[in-house]
Design a protein around this ligand. Structure first.
Ligand SMILES: *Cc1c(COP(=O)(O)O)cnc(C)c1O
Length: 406
């Protein structure tokens, strides 16, 4: 049973008022709100356990280690990784991609090629550009059409033994377009030996993920977009590759032995987890997984699809309103502009006065904005706790903004 009122009651922030109006929170692609169970898990760690992990033999240190490793196992199961040591804790997607791009450096040489897509977040563009600068490799970009659909024909002509890395997101944060990662992966496997990286920041809150079935080499996501605290995230990687590549940060926790002459690295996953981790956050990420599994992926997806469908239908009735990626398969996001209103942020400001939180701007995806020749969009993005009534409030708010700004 999907009990929306019960779900909403677990998010105290949804009861607050903004500018005298009930909050309508539709900025979930930027960060989701946190349920009480996640906040309590975090608080319980700091109230009852707080100690550093892995080093101490005292009781609290052992408890902290146990709880964090339990959370790692939960994540392993959640994404169906083969081993728990393939789950590396990070502080988010951005750190995960940077870690990986750095760790892969020594395997990349001048003339190698790295393929990304037009639909990437800046954090799945810039780290690869930096890797290209370090090594002389070349960045190639899968193009998209005016519906925001990637043109996979491009791969047929561009995958070769020169292709070392293919890194794409599963869901675009700017448009909500769901990319056919299975097809991208199978084409890549057939025509190259490239390492396949999936940016799952926008898919993990919405879809059941099975990294083995997907057959990616790396799957990277943030905790804070899936109901967990900020400053948490995961880099999943296949054991074979993780063993081969170099660490990113050096320091405590990631060494086996350390002397001034030579340092040997710790085993997985600790080789990639230098320094004190975000223990409380990583434990609370486990609580966020419990929250998601308690509702069930199918229930979440059905509800969010209904919200998206309804929002799209209602918004398209507004004159001159264009939805970017309208005809593409999408999830969780509707990104739009009203032709007669030049500036998305003006709409965002009026919506805020009505208590509605949406994002306006380029959404860290300037190439997509350049493609459509716009400065930004208004983006409403959904989570499991959003309601049809909130869509009505959004649509009425947009109509009001249109009247005021014309
Ligand atoms: C949010 C996001 C990122 C960056 O995540 P951070 O949590 O800011 O590190 C990367 N890719 C996509 C698709 C995103 O939505």
């Amino acid at each position: 049973m999907f009990d929306l009122q019960n779900i909403r009651s677990q998010f105290p922030i949804l009861n607050r008022q903004i500018n005298g109006k009930p909050l309508v929170y539709l900025d979930n692609a930027a960060t989701s709100q946190k349920p009480v169970s996640v906040m309590e898990s975090w608080q319980k760690y700091y109230t009852e356990i707080n100690a550093n992990v892995h080093r101490g033999i005292h009781t609290l240190s052992q408890l902290a280690t146990e709880e964090m490793e339990l959370s790692r196992k939960k994540i392993q199961k959640f994404i169906n990784a083969e081993n728990d040591f393939e789950v590396i804790f990070t502080k988010g997607t951005t750190e995960g991609i940077n870690l990986l791009a750095y760790a892969l450096t020594s395997g990349i040489k001048s003339g190698d090629e790295i393929i990304i897509s037009y639909l990437e977040h800046h954090s799945n563009i810039v780290p690869w550009q930096m890797l290209c600068e370090r090594t002389g490799a070349k960045l190639k970009v899968i193009p998209m059409d005016e519906n925001g659909i990637l043109q996979l024909d491009f791969l047929d002509g561009n995958l070769s033994e020169k292709t070392r890395i293919v890194s794409v997101n599963q869901v675009s944060n700017a448009l909500g377009v769901v990319n056919p990662v299975e097809e991208i992966i199978s084409k890549t496997r057939k025509n190259s030996d490239a390492i396949i990286v999936i940016d799952g920041a926008q898919s993990i809150p919405h879809f059941k993920i099975d990294v083995q079935k997907m057959d990616c080499d790396f799957f990277i996501f943030s905790g804070h977009k899936m109901y967990a605290p900020m400053g948490t995230g995961v880099l999943y990687g296949k054991e074979e590759i993780l063993r081969k590549i170099q660490p990113f940060h050096g320091g405590g926790e990631m060494i086996a032995t350390c002397s001034f002459d030579k340092t040997t690295y710790a085993d997985l996953p600790f080789k990639f987890e230098a320094g004190t981790p975000n223990v409380g956050g990583n434990i609370a990420l486990g609580a966020a997984i419990d929250f998601i599994e308690g509702i069930g992926h199918e229930n979440i997806q059905n509800h969010e699809n209904a919200l998206l469908e309804y929002a799209q239908k209602q918004l398209l009735e507004i004159e001159n309103l264009k939805i970017y990626g309208e005809k593409a398969h999408r999830t969780g996001v509707v990104s739009f502009n009203i032709a007669s209103i030049g500036i998305a942020s003006d709409v965002g400001m009026i919506l805020d006065k009505l208590g509605i939180a949406v994002r306006t701007g380029h959404h860290c995806t300037q190439p997509i904005m350049d493609f459509f020749n716009i400065a930004g969009t208004v983006r409403a993005s959904f989570a499991v706790y959003n309601t049809m009534e909130e869509i009505d409030i959004l649509v009425n708010g947009v109509k009001k903004a249109q009247k005021m700004l014309l």
